[in-house]
Design a protein around this ligand. Structure first.
Ligand SMILES: [Mg+2]
Length: 338
């Protein structure tokens, strides 16, 4: 069997059995945005790690060292945000091919350090090794969260409203611009490129949501809105229903899709690498939380759907027509960046 056939999640299922031999104090093992375990009575320690590989996740031809550094750290900070945590320490490992100039690597670390200092994260170590052909960057980030506040994927309940902290699909549009060498002369296209290369970690927003009493569950959107929502539904043993008219589509994405004849909602649903947060909130608390969020961050919390007990993903179109939706998103073993 090739890994392509079973996919990333089929593979994780195969290897995750037998991994935990000391279950005491392990609160979240494999299967959430970050692992969580108890190291002191007051709070949980969070750990997350991500590996970016040249020609799979990025190409040195189209991304600067600085932007790649930013992105490599941002994707990890986003996972801490999805747990409602505060990011603390980072470890950076790289495998460097002979043809990669030291200038590029210095630029990479400039990008990492700038974002790390912005979010008060130390860089405490890592490893450097040679590589035959591809540049690889693996960053591990630790964080902490009070146990009662932690946001997890498996606590959504039927009836919960589903919220998103921002727009999806822009990163995929930015990638399309990069891969097809489309000149990003306009401000709109530049901002789509930035969505792809300089994602913003929603750490403050994740902390805020974690401190609200009603918020049941959360995840960050790395694979795609529909695919990541399905992770919440599966882990929580529920289903989910999205509102077609409620999916946030930015003006920039609309312009891009109009120009290249793409469906903007399709982009928003399946794009991936958006690093916004999804969370689920019981309907009684939904309105207040959304109002407080708007007041604090001057940005809306978008209501995009609701959790159901149907164990499948659905789309609600205008006139209350409901159709099944197949979760779709980025699969590293089926697509890549050449
Ligand atoms: Mg995640």
């Amino acid at each position: 069997v090739s890994i392509k056939e079973i996919g990333e999640f089929g593979f994780i299922k195969k290897i995750s059995r037998g991994c935990v031999v000391r279950p005491d104090d392990i609160i979240r093992p494999i299967g959430d945005d970050a692992a969580a375990f108890r190291t002191n009575p007051e709070e949980l320690t969070l750990v997350t790690t991500d590996l970016l590989v040249e020609h799979i996740h990025f190409s040195r031809k189209t991304i600067s060292g600085f932007n790649l550094g930013h992105k490599s750290l941002a994707v990890n900070l986003s996972d801490i945000a999805a747990m409602g945590g505060t990011a603390k320490e980072a470890f950076v490992s790289i495998a460097v091919p002979e043809d990669c100039p030291v200038d590029y690597l210095e630029d990479l670390y400039r990008g990492i350090k700038k974002l790390a200092s912005e979010f008060d994260v130390n860089i405490l170590g890592g490893d450097t090794t040679a590589s035959k052909s591809d540049l690889m960057i693996s960053i591990t980030v630790t964080g902490s969260v009070p146990e009662q506040e932690m946001l997890r994927r498996d606590k959504a309940q039927p009836g919960d409203s589903i919220f998103s902290t921002g727009y999806t699909g822009e990163s995929k549009a930015g990638l399309h611009i990069l891969l097809n060498s489309i000149p990003a002369a306009t401000e709109e296209f530049q901002s789509l490129l930035n969505a792809h290369m300089l994602p913003k970690p929603f750490l403050a927003e994740g902390r805020f949501l974690a401190q609200q009493k009603g918020v049941h569950s959360a995840i960050d959107v790395s694979d795609g809105l529909s695919a990541d929502l399905m992770h919440i539904a599966e882990e929580s043993n529920t289903g989910a229903r999205l509102y077609y008219d409620g999916i946030p589509v930015s003006e920039n994405l609309k312009k891009f899709c109009a120009q290249f004849n793409f469906d903007p909602v399709e982009y928003a649903l399946t794009g991936g690498e958006d690093y916004i947060l999804l969370c689920t909130v019981p309907p009684d608390d939904a309105e207040n939380i959304a109002l407080d969020y708007q007041k604090k961050f001057k940005q809306p919390l978008h209501k995009i759907g609701e959790i159901t007990d149907l164990k499948k993903l659905e789309m609600v179109y205008s006139g209350d027509r409901v159709e099944s939706l197949t979760p779709q998103g980025w699969d590293h073993f089926k697509s890549n960046i050449l």
